[in-house]
Design a protein around this ligand. Structure first.
Ligand SMILES: [Zn+2]
Length: 146
């Protein structure tokens, strides 16, 4: 599913990182990022945030021409103001992966065709301790629809 997201490093005012096109929901990319961090640590975060990914899982990015069609597009920095149709953000701090959902009045927004709903905002869904026990990503994904 092309659930768009952003993988980023959190800073004082927001976050900065790269765009990610496929499977950006918590049980897809979110869980994969947590698992990969356990193996590769901060090196994974630096890699994940410095490409415009089609899919991080299959190592296909827009910027390095590693997609099956060989297409190549310039890397661009995605942040809290990017209008790229992202529905989730995975924002890393030195200790946590903060998961934000695109919301209006607490309701998750479903973005279509890469459009961005103008009056939506980024709400924190979960703050996952990177050195703690693996959380239930199903639960994280479902709680936001309550
Ligand atoms: Zn790349």
């Amino acid at each position: 599913m092309s659930t768009r997201s952003i993988i980023a490093i959190q800073n004082k005012t927001g976050f900065k990182g790269g765009y990610h096109h496929w499977d950006g929901y918590p049980t897809g990319l979110g869980e994969y990022l947590f698992d990969t961090f356990q193996e590769d640590g901060w090196g994974m975060v630096e890699k994940a945030t410095s490409h415009s990914w089609s899919s991080f899982q299959s190592e296909e990015c827009h910027c390095c021409g590693t997609m099956s069609d060989g297409r190549r597009e310039k890397f661009w920095v995605a942040d809290e103001n990017s209008e790229c149709g992202a529905e989730y953000v995975y924002a890393f701090t030195p200790t946590h992966m903060n998961i934000y959902g695109r919301k209006i009045d607490g309701q998750q927004v479903i973005e279509f065709f890469g459009m961005t709903t103008p009056n939506a905002q980024w709400d924190l869904i979960a703050s996952v301790d990177l050195n703690g026990k693996k959380p239930d990503f199903n639960k994280i994904e479902q709680e936001q629809y309550v």
